[in-house]
Design a protein. Structure first.
Length: 238
């Protein structure tokens, strides 16, 4: 199964913390998060230009000593059977690999850890146990799979970034408090609250609704343990 690369950002200073990276976007996803800002990758990936694996690897060869790593994002990369083999090819070229995932495929995450073809994880933790069906379009089993993935990554010793997009429609401070306790139980230290970003979304109605300001989000983080906030421009505000 080919990797189905449907986009590339050739340079990023924020998507792999502390590293200079490029980002590739894999088409297809098993979640339907209303605030997803890559709806074309989720709903209609075939509408986006396809980048062959060979073309991308040739691009990487030209970026040696210019970038540190590759962020594999989506969509949802773990839906692709050949993800570990693809990551090995990146590692063999001397680049770090960060996997951005919704966490719904713990078996694939465990395989990548075992094969030592990943250096960092970014996992989206959508909401409380009760929130998951509303926020993903999946049943509660999805949340249990995400929890399993987070546990495995937390004990792996690899860099782990857990982040949650916050919109007033779905997450109150009380729900965030509950999520903090859930993450404590999963062995997570650092947690990042991400500001909702108005854009082309799966649920466009969210753009017209009131949500929290950056200062409100920063205050939430201040009143939660081991939690930071990232503003609408992608920079930390608390």
């Amino acid at each position: 199964m080919a990797m189905n690369i449907r986009g590339i950002d050739k340079f990023s200073l924020i998507d792999y913390p502390g590293k200079i990276a490029c980002i590739i976007f894999i088409g297809g996803c098993n979640f339907r998060c209303p605030y997803c800002h890559n709806p074309h990758l989720v709903l209609a990936p075939s509408t986006q230009p396809r980048i062959s694996e060979n073309s991308f690897l040739k691009f990487l060869d030209s970026r040696k000593n210019k970038i540190d790593g590759v962020v594999i994002s989506g969509g949802e990369p773990t839906l692709r059977k050949d993800l570990p083999q693809f990551a090995v090819k990146i590692k063999e070229r001397g680049f770090l690999v960060k996997l951005d995932t919704n966490g719904s495929n713990p078996e694939k995450a465990a395989e990548m850890i075992e094969k030592q073809c990943v250096d960092a994880f970014g996992i989206d933790y959508k909401g409380t146990i009760e929130n998951y069906p509303e926020l993903t379009g999946c049943d509660n089993d999805a949340r249990e799979k995400v929890a399993e993935t987070i546990r495995a990554c937390a004990v792996s010793g690899l860099f782990l970034e857990i982040r949650t997009t916050v919109h007033k429609r779905y997450l109150s401070f009380e729900k965030l408090e509950k999520m903090r306790l859930e993450l404590d139980n999963l062995g997570v230290q650092d947690w990042i609250l991400q500001q909702f970003h108005p854009a082309e979304l799966i649920d466009q109605s969210l753009n017209a609704e009131d949500t929290y300001s950056d200062s409100e989000l920063a205050n939430f983080a201040k009143n939660l343990r081991k939690t930071r906030a990232r503003g609408v421009k992608g920079r930390f505000i608390a």
